[in-house]
Design a protein around this ligand. Structure first.
Ligand SMILES: Nc1ncnc2c1ncn2[C@@H]1O[C@H](COP(=O)(O)OP(=O)(O)OP(=O)(O)O)[C@@H](O)[C@H]1O
Length: 251
Protein backbone atom coordinates (compact mmCIF):
# COMPACT_ATOMS: atom_id res chain seq x y z
CA UNK A 1 0.00 0.00 0.00
CA UNK A 2 1.17 3.52 -0.82
CA UNK A 3 2.06 5.71 2.16
CA UNK A 4 3.34 9.26 2.44
CA UNK A 5 4.86 10.87 5.50
CA UNK A 6 6.36 14.32 5.89
CA UNK A 7 9.04 14.64 8.52
CA UNK A 8 10.18 18.15 9.47
CA UNK A 9 9.70 19.33 5.88
CA UNK A 10 10.56 22.88 4.88
CA UNK A 11 10.82 24.71 1.55
CA UNK A 12 13.28 27.30 0.34
CA UNK A 13 12.99 30.16 -2.15
CA UNK A 14 16.68 30.89 -2.56
CA UNK A 15 17.88 31.20 1.02
CA UNK A 16 14.48 32.09 2.49
CA UNK A 17 12.65 29.33 4.32
CA UNK A 18 9.06 29.99 3.22
CA UNK A 19 7.66 26.84 4.83
CA UNK A 20 9.06 24.93 7.78
CA UNK A 21 8.39 22.16 10.26
CA UNK A 22 5.70 20.22 8.42
CA UNK A 23 5.34 16.76 9.91
CA UNK A 24 2.39 14.48 9.29
CA UNK A 25 1.28 11.07 10.46
CA UNK A 26 1.54 8.39 7.78
CA UNK A 27 -0.99 9.22 5.07
CA UNK A 28 -2.28 6.05 3.46
CA UNK A 29 -3.73 4.88 0.14
CA UNK A 30 -7.26 6.06 -0.55
CA UNK A 31 -7.03 9.10 1.70
CA UNK A 32 -8.04 12.63 0.74
CA UNK A 33 -6.16 15.32 2.66
CA UNK A 34 -7.32 18.93 2.51
CA UNK A 35 -4.49 21.44 2.88
CA UNK A 36 -5.95 24.65 4.25
CA UNK A 37 -4.65 28.01 5.44
CA UNK A 38 -4.96 31.74 4.69
CA UNK A 39 -3.54 33.40 1.56
CA UNK A 40 0.27 33.21 1.37
CA UNK A 41 0.36 30.62 4.20
CA UNK A 42 2.55 28.27 2.16
CA UNK A 43 0.17 25.69 0.68
CA UNK A 44 1.48 25.90 -2.92
CA UNK A 45 5.04 26.10 -1.65
CA UNK A 46 4.56 22.89 0.34
CA UNK A 47 3.15 21.16 -2.76
CA UNK A 48 6.15 22.28 -4.83
CA UNK A 49 8.48 20.90 -2.17
CA UNK A 50 6.65 17.53 -2.07
CA UNK A 51 6.72 17.42 -5.88
CA UNK A 52 10.49 17.98 -5.83
CA UNK A 53 10.32 21.41 -7.52
CA UNK A 54 11.78 23.17 -4.46
CA UNK A 55 14.47 22.06 -2.05
CA UNK A 56 14.49 22.34 1.72
CA UNK A 57 15.09 20.56 5.00
CA UNK A 58 13.31 17.46 6.20
CA UNK A 59 12.19 14.35 4.45
CA UNK A 60 9.31 13.45 2.13
CA UNK A 61 8.91 9.70 2.66
CA UNK A 62 7.00 7.87 -0.03
CA UNK A 63 6.77 4.13 0.31
CA UNK A 64 5.66 1.36 -1.99
CA UNK A 65 5.03 3.03 -5.31
CA UNK A 66 2.33 0.89 -7.01
CA UNK A 67 3.69 0.39 -10.48
CA UNK A 68 6.78 2.47 -10.98
CA UNK A 69 4.72 5.06 -12.89
CA UNK A 70 4.98 8.74 -12.06
CA UNK A 71 4.80 8.54 -8.29
CA UNK A 72 3.76 12.15 -7.73
CA UNK A 73 1.67 14.35 -9.98
CA UNK A 74 1.25 18.05 -9.27
CA UNK A 75 -1.55 20.21 -10.62
CA UNK A 76 -0.48 23.85 -10.23
CA UNK A 77 -2.82 26.65 -9.26
CA UNK A 78 -2.27 28.46 -12.56
CA UNK A 79 -3.71 26.28 -15.30
CA UNK A 80 -3.25 28.68 -18.22
CA UNK A 81 -1.98 26.89 -21.33
CA UNK A 82 -0.15 28.14 -24.39
CA UNK A 83 0.28 24.81 -26.16
CA UNK A 84 -1.37 24.40 -29.54
CA UNK A 85 -3.14 21.19 -28.65
CA UNK A 86 -6.74 20.11 -28.42
CA UNK A 87 -8.21 19.10 -25.07
CA UNK A 88 -8.10 15.44 -26.06
CA UNK A 89 -4.50 15.60 -27.30
CA UNK A 90 -3.36 17.28 -24.09
CA UNK A 91 -4.99 14.60 -21.93
CA UNK A 92 -3.55 11.80 -24.07
CA UNK A 93 -0.13 13.44 -23.84
CA UNK A 94 -0.45 13.64 -20.04
CA UNK A 95 -1.35 9.95 -19.94
CA UNK A 96 1.64 8.91 -22.06
CA UNK A 97 4.19 11.24 -20.48
CA UNK A 98 7.15 9.25 -19.21
CA UNK A 99 5.99 5.97 -20.73
CA UNK A 100 6.04 4.21 -24.10
CA UNK A 101 4.37 6.14 -26.90
CA UNK A 102 2.17 3.29 -28.11
CA UNK A 103 -1.43 3.87 -27.12
CA UNK A 104 -3.29 0.86 -25.71
CA UNK A 105 -7.05 0.30 -25.32
CA UNK A 106 -6.59 0.80 -21.56
CA UNK A 107 -5.25 4.31 -22.14
CA UNK A 108 -8.19 5.28 -24.35
CA UNK A 109 -10.75 3.76 -21.97
CA UNK A 110 -9.33 5.62 -19.00
CA UNK A 111 -9.27 8.92 -20.90
CA UNK A 112 -12.90 8.43 -22.01
CA UNK A 113 -13.96 7.56 -18.47
CA UNK A 114 -12.27 10.60 -16.92
CA UNK A 115 -13.56 12.96 -19.63
CA UNK A 116 -17.08 11.66 -19.15
CA UNK A 117 -16.92 11.94 -15.36
CA UNK A 118 -15.72 15.54 -15.64
CA UNK A 119 -18.20 16.33 -18.41
CA UNK A 120 -15.60 17.59 -20.87
CA UNK A 121 -16.46 15.25 -23.76
CA UNK A 122 -18.23 18.06 -25.65
CA UNK A 123 -15.04 20.16 -25.74
CA UNK A 124 -12.67 17.28 -26.59
CA UNK A 125 -11.57 18.78 -29.92
CA UNK A 126 -11.44 22.42 -28.85
CA UNK A 127 -7.99 24.11 -28.70
CA UNK A 128 -6.66 24.60 -25.16
CA UNK A 129 -6.29 28.30 -25.86
CA UNK A 130 -10.01 28.64 -26.56
CA UNK A 131 -11.35 27.49 -23.20
CA UNK A 132 -12.99 29.32 -20.32
CA UNK A 133 -11.18 29.43 -16.95
CA UNK A 134 -13.38 26.68 -15.51
CA UNK A 135 -12.99 24.49 -18.60
CA UNK A 136 -9.20 24.89 -18.39
CA UNK A 137 -9.28 23.84 -14.77
CA UNK A 138 -11.34 20.73 -15.58
CA UNK A 139 -8.86 19.77 -18.32
CA UNK A 140 -6.01 20.21 -15.88
CA UNK A 141 -7.77 17.95 -13.36
CA UNK A 142 -8.25 15.37 -16.14
CA UNK A 143 -4.54 15.55 -17.10
CA UNK A 144 -3.56 14.86 -13.49
CA UNK A 145 -6.07 12.03 -13.02
CA UNK A 146 -5.10 10.09 -16.15
CA UNK A 147 -1.48 9.91 -14.98
CA UNK A 148 -2.75 7.64 -12.16
CA UNK A 149 0.04 8.67 -9.82
CA UNK A 150 0.48 7.39 -6.28
CA UNK A 151 0.19 10.92 -4.93
CA UNK A 152 -1.90 13.68 -6.48
CA UNK A 153 -1.15 17.23 -5.38
CA UNK A 154 -4.07 19.40 -6.51
CA UNK A 155 -3.58 23.11 -5.93
CA UNK A 156 -7.03 24.70 -5.64
CA UNK A 157 -8.51 22.44 -8.35
CA UNK A 158 -12.05 23.78 -7.93
CA UNK A 159 -11.40 27.52 -7.49
CA UNK A 160 -12.79 28.40 -10.95
CA UNK A 161 -15.67 25.92 -10.97
CA UNK A 162 -19.39 26.41 -10.44
CA UNK A 163 -21.07 24.67 -7.52
CA UNK A 164 -22.23 21.64 -9.50
CA UNK A 165 -18.78 21.00 -10.94
CA UNK A 166 -17.04 21.56 -7.60
CA UNK A 167 -19.06 18.73 -6.06
CA UNK A 168 -18.67 16.57 -9.16
CA UNK A 169 -14.87 16.98 -9.25
CA UNK A 170 -14.32 16.50 -5.51
CA UNK A 171 -16.61 13.42 -5.41
CA UNK A 172 -14.81 11.92 -8.41
CA UNK A 173 -11.35 12.56 -6.96
CA UNK A 174 -12.42 10.99 -3.66
CA UNK A 175 -13.85 7.94 -5.49
CA UNK A 176 -10.69 7.57 -7.63
CA UNK A 177 -8.48 7.82 -4.53
CA UNK A 178 -10.43 5.00 -2.89
CA UNK A 179 -10.65 2.83 -6.02
CA UNK A 180 -7.06 3.18 -7.18
CA UNK A 181 -5.32 3.47 -3.82
CA UNK A 182 -3.95 6.97 -4.45
CA UNK A 183 -3.34 9.65 -1.83
CA UNK A 184 -4.89 12.96 -2.87
CA UNK A 185 -3.78 16.24 -1.30
CA UNK A 186 -6.03 19.17 -2.18
CA UNK A 187 -5.21 22.78 -1.34
CA UNK A 188 -8.58 24.40 -0.84
CA UNK A 189 -10.08 27.57 0.64
CA UNK A 190 -13.64 26.26 0.92
CA UNK A 191 -13.68 24.81 4.42
CA UNK A 192 -17.13 23.30 3.93
CA UNK A 193 -15.86 21.23 1.02
CA UNK A 194 -12.85 20.27 3.15
CA UNK A 195 -15.19 19.09 5.92
CA UNK A 196 -17.25 17.15 3.44
CA UNK A 197 -14.61 15.43 1.33
CA UNK A 198 -11.41 15.18 3.37
CA UNK A 199 -10.34 12.34 5.62
CA UNK A 200 -7.67 14.55 7.17
CA UNK A 201 -6.99 18.27 7.22
CA UNK A 202 -3.51 19.82 7.26
CA UNK A 203 -3.50 23.44 8.39
CA UNK A 204 -0.68 25.82 7.47
CA UNK A 205 -0.43 29.40 8.71
CA UNK A 206 2.46 31.82 8.19
CA UNK A 207 4.66 29.09 6.73
CA UNK A 208 4.27 26.65 9.60
CA UNK A 209 2.11 23.61 10.07
CA UNK A 210 -0.41 24.28 12.82
CA UNK A 211 -2.31 20.97 12.83
CA UNK A 212 -2.87 17.78 10.88
CA UNK A 213 -5.64 15.38 11.75
CA UNK A 214 -9.34 14.69 11.80
CA UNK A 215 -11.23 17.50 9.98
CA UNK A 216 -13.36 18.40 12.99
CA UNK A 217 -10.37 18.48 15.30
CA UNK A 218 -8.61 20.96 13.00
CA UNK A 219 -11.54 23.10 11.80
CA UNK A 220 -13.06 24.50 14.97
CA UNK A 221 -14.23 27.92 16.23
CA UNK A 222 -10.98 28.59 18.13
CA UNK A 223 -8.83 27.96 15.04
CA UNK A 224 -11.18 29.98 12.80
CA UNK A 225 -10.87 32.95 15.14
CA UNK A 226 -7.11 32.66 15.62
CA UNK A 227 -5.98 31.78 12.10
CA UNK A 228 -8.71 33.25 9.88
CA UNK A 229 -9.87 36.10 12.15
CA UNK A 230 -13.57 35.22 11.96
CA UNK A 231 -16.25 34.39 14.49
CA UNK A 232 -17.72 31.12 13.28
CA UNK A 233 -19.61 28.03 14.36
CA UNK A 234 -19.52 24.45 13.08
CA UNK A 235 -23.03 23.01 12.85
CA UNK A 236 -24.55 19.85 11.42
CA UNK A 237 -27.20 20.30 8.75
CA UNK A 238 -30.32 18.10 8.51
CA UNK A 239 -28.32 15.64 6.40
CA UNK A 240 -25.65 15.40 9.08
CA UNK A 241 -22.92 17.21 7.11
CA UNK A 242 -20.84 19.63 9.16
CA UNK A 243 -20.83 23.24 7.98
CA UNK A 244 -18.86 26.32 8.92
CA UNK A 245 -21.22 29.20 9.58
CA UNK A 246 -19.42 32.53 9.68
CA UNK A 247 -21.03 35.14 11.93
CA UNK A 248 -18.59 37.90 11.07
CA UNK A 249 -15.07 39.24 11.31
CA UNK A 250 -13.63 38.61 14.79
CA UNK A 251 -13.48 41.71 16.97
N1 LIG B 1 8.65 32.09 -6.47
C1 LIG B 1 8.66 32.65 -5.26
N2 LIG B 1 9.75 33.28 -4.77
C2 LIG B 1 9.77 33.81 -3.54
N3 LIG B 1 8.74 33.79 -2.68
C3 LIG B 1 7.60 33.18 -3.11
C4 LIG B 1 7.51 32.59 -4.41
N4 LIG B 1 6.26 32.05 -4.54
C5 LIG B 1 5.61 32.32 -3.39
N5 LIG B 1 6.40 32.99 -2.52
C6 LIG B 1 6.06 33.45 -1.16
O1 LIG B 1 5.93 32.29 -0.32
C7 LIG B 1 4.86 32.48 0.60
C8 LIG B 1 3.87 31.32 0.47
O2 LIG B 1 3.25 31.41 -0.81
P1 LIG B 1 2.29 30.26 -1.36
O3 LIG B 1 2.03 30.53 -2.80
O4 LIG B 1 2.86 28.94 -0.99
O5 LIG B 1 0.97 30.52 -0.48
P2 LIG B 1 -0.46 29.82 -0.56
O6 LIG B 1 -0.79 29.32 0.81
O7 LIG B 1 -0.52 28.82 -1.65
O8 LIG B 1 -1.35 31.09 -0.88
P3 LIG B 1 -2.74 31.34 -1.68
O9 LIG B 1 -3.85 30.72 -0.85
O10 LIG B 1 -2.83 32.84 -1.71
O11 LIG B 1 -2.61 30.72 -3.04
C9 LIG B 1 4.26 33.85 0.30
O12 LIG B 1 4.80 34.78 1.21
C10 LIG B 1 4.71 34.13 -1.11
O13 LIG B 1 4.82 35.54 -1.33
Amino acid sequence: MVALQLDGVGALYGKRLAVSEVSTPSLTAGEVVAVIGPNAAGKSTLFKRIAGLLSGPGEVRLSQSRKGKGAISYMPQDTSANAVLTVYESILLARKQGSAWSVADDDLQLIDQVMEALNIGPIAFRDLGALSGGQRQLVSVAQTLVREPDIMLMDEPTSALDLHRQVEVLSFMQAQARKKGMIVLIAIHDLNQALRFADKVLLIAAGKMRACGDPLDVINPGMLRQVYGVDARIEKCSRQFNHVIVDGVAA
